[in-house]
Every structure is written in C-alpha cells, then in structure tokens.
Design a binder for this molecule. Structure first.
Ligand code: SF4
Length: 514
C-alpha cells in the first residue's frame, strides 16, 4: 500500500478534524454505559444523583449540538500506528493543522500556554503540543487514537515509589498488596477535584517517565474489557469493588460511585525502583479512534463504536430536578444573604457574574480589579468562547474549573474586594473557609465538566477584561439565567469537602488490612 502525501493531505486533515470533533463532543459508548450504571446506583434526590443528572443532560446536549462535553479539552494526545513506508512527518503536520482548525471552530479550547511567558498560542499548537506517539505496524491501514484529558484530572495523576507510607493506608510494600493500597489511595486523594466518578489507568513498574505514559495508554482500553492477565484482572476487579465503598461519590459530594474503571498493566523495572504510576481520568472520558485508508486518508471505520448501535441518550430526567426549595440569588449579593445560606442549600443564580481563574487571581494580588467585585459572584471557569464577525462573543462551553488552585489567593481576594460567592468545583481549603466565615461569603460547587449545561444558562457576554491572558484566563463578564450550584462551604465554618474527606479517609483505613 503506497501513501501519497500530496494527493491525500486534504482527506487526512478532514478525517482528523472529524476525529477531534467527535472526541470532544460525543462520549464513547463504553463510558456512557459506565455512567449509566453510576446514574442507576445513586439514591434519587441526593446531591450525588442530582450531579449525575446534570452530567447526563450535559452529555446529551454536547452530542446533539456538537459542542465540547467539557470546556477543558485538555492536552490532545495522539497514538498513531502506521504501515511501513508511510510518511509520519506529513501525518504530524496534518494533525497539527487539524488541531488548529478544530480550535478555530470551538471544538477545542485554546489550551496551549508558553511555560515561561504564560502566553497562550491561541491555536493549541506549541512546543510538544499536541502530543504524538508514533508506532509502525504490519497492517495496511493507519490507526489514530486520541484522548482529550483535562487539567483537573491530570493534576490528580499520582506516582508512588514503593515502599512508601501513605495517609490512611499505612505501609505499602513492593507487593501486589502494596499496589492495591496505592490504587485505593489514588481514588481517595482525587476527591471531587478530578470530577469523580473517575477511572484509573495504571502501570506497575517501568521508570518514572515511561510508567506515566503506559498508565495513560491503559485509558485506551474500553471500560468493559477484560484484562488477559488473570492476576491483574483480579486486582482490577478488586479495586473497582473496594473503591466504590469509599463514598467519595460524584463530584466528591459523597455517594455510591467513585470509580467507573480500573485498567492495569505491568512493565519490567529496575531492581532498585518500584513505581506505581496512575493516570486519573474524570467522568468526561473523551477518547476515540479511527482507521484510515493509507492511500486516501479517508476514515474506513471508527474505534470504540458499534456502527450497528445508535448513540443512546444518557439522561433519564432533564437536568436538575427542582424541589421548590432552591434559593434564588441575584448579584450583587449581600453579607446577610450569604450568612443565611448553609451547606447543602441549592442556589439558582440569575444576574451577573465574572469569571476568574489562575491568571486573574495572581493579577488581583498585585493590582486592583478592572471591575467592581463588591457583592460579586466570581466563577472559577475558563470558558470556550467564539468571536462573532460583529465582534460580539458567544459562550460555547463553560463548566467550573478546579478551585483549589486559587487557595493561596482566594481569602485575600474576598477580603480586599468584597466577593460574596466563589463558584467552582472540588472545594477549597481552610484558609478560604476561614475567610468565608470572617467576611460573610460562600463557596458554591458547580457540576464539573457540565460545560454545555452551564453555557446554556449564559444569556449574554457583557464584556471582557484582561483578554491579554488568553481566552480561558481572561475575566469574562456574563449575564446568566438559572445557573444552579450547591453550597458546599458556608459562612459558618462548615465544609462538605472537609466532611467527605474525613469520612472517606476513615473508609480507606477500614480497607487497609482486608
Ligand atoms: S470533567 Fe472536570 S476534570 Fe474532566 S476535564 Fe472537565 S473540568 Fe477537568
């Protein structure tokens, strides 16, 4: 089979744009099936079940509108197999053009930032971005697999070097029992920050760098497959059972389902090293693949999909089942209103809010805000935005980002500028909790990854400041209608996150010697 770069480039690029678009917007069937099980496993009416209903609605919305499932479309990572003789350099060039075009179309968020200057390239291209792994094989077709893994769950990847002593787990030896303890600890430490229920890709052994790659590669297995190695299969099954007794639950709200998959491989290691590398993947498990005709670049088949089976809707209910007890908030908010709220309250925000995440928080430590934040709702969110020909902006995806990154700054921002509601996901730490109490403010947990669900509540983009930080990091001024969130940290010193972490820590300890 001969590959003809000149004649086929356009087919190849279009095929890869389609792969990126489908990966970003249409959750694969095995992940849908696992999320369906999670949905059925939670007690109706609980926060865990409400969170999953929003997630399910969001997944359906993303597919029907071809919008990103989550606003964080991650670091695009390609694993490509080519027949001998195929020009990998041309494939790489086509894939880079496809990534830039998918970004321009709003299917990927501009996520590539210069690590020294902080400048966003705007098209997801840059040194070592996207990531490519090429292999040759003795087949006639090209195979391209893609995973889009966001920063929230990527930050919860963890690597253990055994022997080690772990919180709530005690000593972990260089044995399968030691590995088991590490994997349960990996689920526990992610809490809501990695948008549980999540999945683990695991490598036992290898070196630090390759071990992490092999762990991520396990995420290309389907969630319902069976490990051919009986020892690893047994460990996978055991982790699935035990991790789902921990009670982390969807979004870390507490609940029955903490894990939707565990996939383990083992690689040889140096006698001196024993690494257990864990790639933690969130529920928004975006991974797909295609087979391409090596002479035309056209898609011949999809991986992870059954062409006989149409995509099934995930949502049983539409969105968030309202009880009538929800509290409506119209910013600007008052101290009195905030002190009346308590952990567990569901709020609906209608009015104005501002986004602000890492770059904005760092900026606010040295500069006054470009807008009046007194009484404001500050949303930890890096949205996907598209500029229209008339110069206005449209919100394409806008779920919450992981809030704990702002822990060093948040208390000062609340104190200095009078912010009354901080919205994000995964909760914040003791410094912020103390500031909420002192100044009369609350932390509201949105549903991580529900980027389409929340984008639909955003009626208008009223303006943007600090756009020089790039689209995800700019401060967007939004008019929202019906934005739902749950009070998880209140002005009385209560934190659902601290409570769940403590309870699940005790559950982890109970698994120490089983
Ligand atoms: S679902 Fe959560 S962890 Fe996953 S990419 Fe989106 S924000 Fe990040």
């Amino acid at each position: 089979m001969e590959f003809q770069p000149e004649a086929t480039m356009q087919f190849l690029e279009n095929s890869l744009i389609e792969l990126i678009t489908q990966t970003s917007t249409n959750l694969p069937p095995d992940v849908r099936a696992a999320m369906n099980l999670a949905l059925n496993g939670e007690q109706p009416g609980t926060q865990a079940s409400q969170a999953l209903n929003i997630i399910a609605t969001n997944v359906d919305m993303a597919q029907s509108d071809e919008g990103p499932i989550c606003q964080d479309t991650g670091m695009p990572t390609f694993i490509i197999h080519t027949p001998v003789g195929v020009n990998q350099i041309e494939i790489k060039k086509a894939a880079r053009r496809a990534v830039a075009e998918a970004t321009r179309r709003g299917k990927l968020r501009p996520n590539s930032v210069d690590s020294i200057t902080g400048d966003n390239s705007g098209d997801n291209l840059g040194p070592e971005t996207p990531v490519f792994h090429f292999e040759q094989w003795e087949q006639d077709e090209i195979e391209v697999k893609l995973v889009l893994k966001g920063g929230g769950c990527e930050n919860k990847n963890i690597q253990y070097s055994l022997p080690a002593t772990l919180e709530h787990m005690g000593r972990c030896d260089r044995t399968l029992e030691g590995v088991r303890k590490c994997l349960l600890h990996a689920v526990w430490q992610a809490q809501g920050q990695g948008c549980a229920p999540g999945a683990l890709g695991v490598c036992i052994g290898s070196d630090r760098g390759h071990g992490y790659f092999l762990a991520k590669e396990q995420l290309f297995r389907t969630l319902d497959d069976t490990n051919p190695d009986p020892v690893l299969r047994e460990l996978e099954e055991r982790i699935m059972t035990e991790a789902n007794t921990l009670g982390v639950g969807p979004m870390g709200f507490g609940g029955a389902k903490s894990l939707i998959g565990c996939k383990i491989t083992a690689a040889n290691r140096l006698p001196a090293s024993f690494f257990v590398s864990v790639a933690y993947e969130c529920w928004a498990f975006r991974r797909l693949g295609v087979r391409l005709d090596a002479s035309s670049g056209a898609i011949t088949s999809w991986l992870y999909r059954d062409p006989e089976r149409p995509v099934e809707r995930l949502a049983k209910l539409e969105g968030f089942p309202l009880t009538g007890r929800e509290i409506v908030l119209n910013p600007p908010l008052t101290e009195e209103q905030m002190r009346a709220l308590k952990v567990g309250d569901v709020v609906i925000i209608t009015g104005e809010m501002y986004t602000g995440r890492d770059a904005v928080h760092a900026y606010l430590m040295k500069n006054p805000p470009p807008v009046d934040l007194n009484g404001a709702a500050l949303y930890h969110c890096g949205p996907v935005m598209l500029k229209q020909p008339d110069g206005t902006w449209t919100v394409k995806a806008a779920g919450p980002t992981t809030s704990i990154r702002e822990e060093p700054y948040q208390a000062d921002v609340i104190k200095r500028y009078g912010v009354r509601a901080v919205i994000g996901k995964g909760g914040m730490g003791p410094k912020t909790l103390a500031a909420l109490k002192e100044h009369g403010a609350v932390y509201l947990n949105g549903i991580g990854g529900a980027a389409q669900f929340y984008a639909r509540t955003m009626e208008k983009v009223l303006g943007v400041n600090l756009i020089e930080f790039g689209i995800p990091e700019a401060m967007w001024h939004l008019k929202v209608n019906g934005f739902i969130a749950i009070v998880t940290m209140d002005a009385h010193g209560n934190s659902l996150h601290a409570d769940v972490e403590k309870e699940t820590g005790a559950a982890l300890e109970a698994l120490q010697t089983l």
